[in-house]
Design a protein around this ligand. Structure first.
Ligand SMILES: C[S@@+](CC[C@H](N)C(=O)[O-])C[C@H]1O[C@@H](n2cnc3c(N)ncnc32)[C@H](O)[C@@H]1O
Length: 479
C-alpha cells in the first residue's frame, strides 16, 4: 500500500486530525504523515489506501479508533528521570513544600502526568515521592498517567522496560527501583507500581473529564503540547488551570516554555528548570475570548484587562525560588535535606563541579568556575554550552548567545548549539535568525538515525529534535 495523497487531500486529512486529536502537521511533515497513515490503514484492515482515506474523512471515529490512529501519529519518546533538573527541583523544593503545607491537615497528594506515553514519567514522579516522603504509608497518594495512545497505556500498566527507557537516567534509579528480568528487561518494584494508575484519554476531547473528582497538586504535561495547534494548546492550558489546586504546580518541558501560551500561569525559576503556578489575577470567563481566558486584575489594580501586556510576564521569573522552604525545616522532614557539606563538590570533574554549583543556585560561582575551565580548555564545546545555560539562568541572554556562537564557531556540527541559539532568538522575537539556526539543525540531523542521541542534549534524539523544529518552524516563519 502506498500514500498518493495530493497536497489538498493531505490538508483535508489534517483538518480531521486537528479536530479529533489537536495534532498539527506542517506541510513539511506530510511525507512522514503519509507513511504513518499507510501503517494505520494496515492496522484498520484496509486493502486499499484510498478507501481508508474516504472512511477517515467521512466516518466519525469512535474513541477506540481515535486511539489506534493516534498510536500511529504521535511520538511516544520518553525515558525515566527525563530532564533531571526538573526532578531535582521537585525533590529538593516542590515536594517538601507541599508536604510541609499538608503535614498537619489532610495528607492527600494528587499528581497528573498528561501525555504520559509508556509510563516512565509518572513512575519517575512516584519514585521522586518515595525518595521525598519517608513515611509514605501515612499519605494518600494519587498519581495518574493519561495518554491518547492505548498501546502506550498498556505498556505503562505492564511496567516492564528495556535499557532504552534508562538511556539518560541516573544508575541509582534502576538499581533501587527495578527488578532485573530475563532478556535485559526490568520490572518496576511493586510499591512504586501500586502508586500509579493509568487511563486512556484524549486531552483534546471537548468533554474531557477531570482525571479525578478533586483538584490536583501537580500537573506534568511535557513534550505533548508542542505537537498541538496553538488553539488546542490554549484549550489544554485552560483545562490544566481548572484542574490545578490554587497552590499547585504545572510543568511543561523546557523546549515548550512560553508564558504567551500559558497566560493564566506565572513562571517560577529553579536551577535549570521552570515550573508554573496559577496566576491569582486570572479567572475563566467563557464570554471573554475564543479560549475563554480573561485577565481580571483582582489582586493588582494597576493592570487593566484590556491593556494587559503579556510580554511583562514572559521573563518575570519569580526569584524567591528557595524562599518558601527553609533548609533546617527540610532537614527535619528528612535527612535528605540536611545541609550538604561543601566538600561534596570537590570532584575532579570540572563539569560536575560547575553543575553542582549551579544546582545549588550558586550561579556566579558556577560561571567563574566555567570561565576558568574554558580558559584551560578552549576547545571544550560542552563548557561553552554549559556557560550559556548558566548565563541564561542569570538572565544574561546576549552573553549566552555569544557563548553559544563560540561553540558553533569551534564546531559547526554542534547541533545543540544551533538549536539553543534558535530557541533563545525565538524568545527575543528574532524569528528570521532563529529559522536559520533551525535550518542548520535540520541539515546536520538529516543523515542521522532517528534514535541517535545528540551530544549535550540530555537525551534528545535526532528524530525528536527534527519533530520539534518541523512543528515550530512554520509557526515562527509566519509570526
Ligand atoms: C513525546 S511523548 C511525552 C511523554 C512524556 N510526557 C515525556 O515528556 O517524557 C508525547 C505523548 O503525548 C501523547 N499525546 C499526544 N496527543 C495527545 C492527546 N490529544 N491526548 C492525550 N495524549 C496525547 C502521545 O500519545 C505521546 O505518548
Amino acid at each position: 500500500m502506498k500514500c498518493d495523497l495530493t497536497h489538498a487531500e493531505f490538508g483535508k486529512v489534517c483538518d480531521v486530525i486537528v479536530q479529533r486529536m489537536g495534532l498539527y502537521f506542517a506541510p513539511e511533515r506530510y511525507e512522514m504523515l503519509g507513511r504513518s497513515l499507510v501503517a494505520a490503514a494496515n492496522q484498520f484492515g484496509f486493502q486499499n489506501f484510498n478507501s481508508f482515506i474516504t472512511w477517515l474523512l467521512t466516518k466519525p471515529l469512535t474513541r477506540e479508533e481515535t486511539g489506534i490512529l493516534a498510536s500511529h501519529l504521535t511520538i511516544s519518546e520518553t525515558y525515566f528521570w527525563r530532564e533531571p533538573q526538573v526532578f531535582e527541583a521537585l525533590t529538593n523544593t516542590i515536594l517538601p513544600g507541599l508536604i510541609h503545607a499538608k503535614n498537619d491537615g489532610n495528607r492527600n497528594l494528587r499528581i497528573w502526568s498528561a501525555g504520559c506515553s509508556t509510563g516512565e514519567e509518572p513512575y519517575s514522579l512516584a519514585i521522586a515521592l518515595h525518595k521525598t516522603i519517608p513515611q509514605i504509608t501515612g499519605w494518600n497518594i494519587t498519581i495518574i498517567g493519561t495518554d491518547i495512545n492505548p498501546q502506550a497505556i498498556k505498556k505503562a500498566e505492564n511496567a516492564i522496560y528495556s535499557e532504552w527507557s534508562f538511556r539518560n537516567t541516573p544508575p541509582w534509579l534502576k538499581n533501587k527501583y527495578f527488578i532485573p528480568l530475563e532478556n535485559q528487561q526490568f520490572k518496576i518494584i511493586p510499591p512504586i507500581r501500586k502508586m500509579v494508575s493509568f487511563k486512556c484519554t484524549n486531552l483534546n476531547e471537548e468533554s474531557h473529564k477531570p482525571v479525578t473528582d478533586d483538584l490536583v497538586d501537580i500537573i506534568f504535561c511535557r513534550n505533548v503540547l508542542m505537537y498541538l495547534t496553538p488553539e488546542k494548546i490554549s484549550l489544554a492550558a485552560q483545562k490544566f488551570f481548572n484542574t490545578l489546586n490554587e497552590d499547585g504546580w504545572f510543568v511543561v518541558s523546557s523546549c515548550e516554555l512560553s508564558s504567551e501560551v500559558f497566560p493564566q500561569f506565572r513562571a517560577v525559576n529553579f536551577p535549570g528548570a521552570i515550573f508554573y503556578k496559577k496566576r491569582k489575577d486570572v479567572f475563566f470567563n467563557p464570554s471573554k475570548s475564543d479560549t475563554g481566558i480573561a485577565m481580571i486584575p483582582s489582586e493588582n489594580p494597576g493592570i487593566h484587562p484590556d491593556s494587559f501586556d503579556i510580554s511583562q510576564i514572559e521573563f518575570s521569573i519569580d526569584r524567591e525560588k528557595h524562599a518558601p522552604i527553609e533548609k533546617p525545616l527540610l532537614a527535619e522532614i528528612s535527612p535528605l535535606y540536611a545541609p550538604t557539606p561543601e566538600t561534596e563538590i570537590n570532584t575532579p570533574d570540572a563539569v560536575a563541579v560547575i553543575r553542582q554549583l549551579a544546582d545549588k543556585g550558586m550561579l556566579s560561582d558556577a560561571l567563574t568556575q566555567c570561565n576558568t575551565a574554558i580558559d584551560a580548555n578552549k576547545m571544550a564545546i560542552g563548557l561553552y554550552y554549559l556557560r550559556a545555560s548558566i548565563l541564561q539562568e542569570l538572565g544574561h541572554s546576549p552573553e549566552a548567545i555569544a557563548s553559544l556562537k563560540q561553540s558553533v564557531y569551534i564546531d559547526h556540527n554542534f547541533i545543540m548549539g544551533h538549536f539553543t541559539l534558535a530557541s533563545i532568538l525565538i524568545k527575543q522575537g528574532h524569528y528570521k535568525q532563529a529559522t536559520r539556526y533551525f535550518q542548520n539543525v535540520l541539515e546536520l540531523t538529516k543523515d542521522l538515525s532517528g534514535t541517535d542521541i545528540l551530544p549535550e542534549s540530555d537525551g534528545l534524539s535526532a528524530l525528536h529534535i527534527r519533530e520539534i523544529i518541523l512543528t515550530n518552524m512554520p509557526k515562527i516563519s509566519t509570526a
